[in-house]
Design a protein around this ligand. Structure first.
Ligand code: RIB
Length: 353
């Protein structure tokens, strides 16, 4: 069993210095503090003993781990968290995992050395954070998971109402007359992707429409995933007249696939996304999307952390944020339900599809 003496020896400092670091007393330089914490992490020092020592030691740092900085949705969550943290005297340390679980674990371990006052985690695709995140909570560091949740997570959460958002989008398409719908989901072990699929299926079932398995495609939450899955959907017979995309990055891929297939949106295929990113307004046609506020996800997560930092020790909070439907030009009634165009006098062209 590692002792403080072992830690002192590994770190090359005195016992008193180890004690100062663990008890948060002043007079320890940052490099020495990090060396001691590095030694602590490399030993089998009992967390409970460590917890007693470290419980009182927290900096004004809040760590934030996101899965994909190239998806504009996540910088919005960071902005919300940073604004709320800064205005309350805290500083954010941002870590991007590229959906790589090993990278995620490395960030989680490294962040310990900053003795963060709190941690916000958006789990990577193949994440099982519960063990690592639980060890933070054992030393009194608040941990909030947002957007998608690790398996068996029992801590604080902030998510969007994914299911209802997807339900509203699908209802919209059905009310426009679409009967052959399809969806492209994110990775199905992510809670947000599964909730959106459930919302889509709920609307389909309520309208008593058929949904053959091949009209549900699982992809990655990015443009490439959307494009390749849409390529498969567009070759189905009957071809879907409307596609609900699990997020706007997937929807971008769908729009590209529709174009590459020589088809038109919305004349041949309507498309709705999820996130309502700024880019949704600039695509051609402008993308209809389910709006969720990444900014609010991040700022709400920091608000929960501040309550924990200020002593709230009550049960875990589970905040679910409303979504809203933003209708733009990427949806229209299916061609078959549009009134036939009146042929101009003497010109009996068939109505354009
Ligand atoms: O990570 C992909 C998606 O998860 C984002 O686009 C956003 O929808 C989040 O919920």
């Amino acid at each position: 069993m590692a002792t403080m003496k072992d830690i002192a020896k590994i770190a090359g400092v005195s016992l008193g210095t180890v004690s100062n670091v663990l008890n948060g007393t002043a007079g320890v330089s940052e490099p020495v503090r990090r060396r001691v914490l590095q030694a602590v992490r490399s030993t089998s020092y009992q967390p409970s003993q460590l917890a007693r020592g470290l419980r009182r030691v927290q900096t004004n740092v809040i760590g934030m781990i996101i899965p994909d900085i190239t998806n504009p949705f996540f910088p919005a969550t960071v902005r919300g968290a940073e604004d709320q943290a800064f205005s309350n005297g805290y500083r954010l340390i941002l870590c991007n995992t590229d959906n790589d679980h090993a990278k995620e674990l490395a960030h989680l371990n490294e962040l310990r050395t900053y003795l963060p006052a709190g941690l916000i985690v958006i789990p990577s695709t193949f994440s099982d954070l519960t063990v690592q995140a639980r060890s933070y909570r054992e030393v009194g560091t608040g941990v909030v998971c947002i957007d998608r949740l690790p398996k068996d997570w029992e801590g604080d959460t902030v998510t969007a109402d994914n299911q209802n958002g997807a339900y509203k989008a699908t209802r919209q398409l059905i009310e426009m007359g679409h009967k052959q719908l399809a969806t492209i989901t994110g990775p199905m072990h992510l809670t947000n992707a599964l909730e959106r699929l459930n919302g889509f299926k709920r609307a389909i079932k309520e309208a008593k429409l058929k949904l053959a398995p091949e009209y549900v495609q699982e992809a990655t939450f990015d443009k490439q995933g959307g494009a390749s899955s849409a390529g498969l959907l567009l070759r189905l017979i009957p071809r879907p007249t409307a596609i609900f995309a699990g997020n706007d990055m997937i929807a971008l891929g769908v729009l590209a696939a529709i174009r590459d297939a020589g088809l038109r949106c919305p004349q041949d295929v309507s498309v709705i996304g999820f996130d309502d990113l700024e880019l949704a307004k600039t695509t051609s046609p402008a993308l209809s999307s389910v709006s969720q506020s990444g900014y609010q996800l991040g700022s709400t997560a920091v608000s929960i952390l501040l309550e924990r930092i200020r002593g709230y020790t009550g049960p875990a909070k589970h905040i679910v944020l409303e979504t809203s439907l933003k209708l733009r030009d990427s949806i229209a009634p299916p061609a078959s339900t549009k009134p036939a165009r009146r042929a101009a006098a003497g010109n009996h062209r068939a109505p354009r599809r």
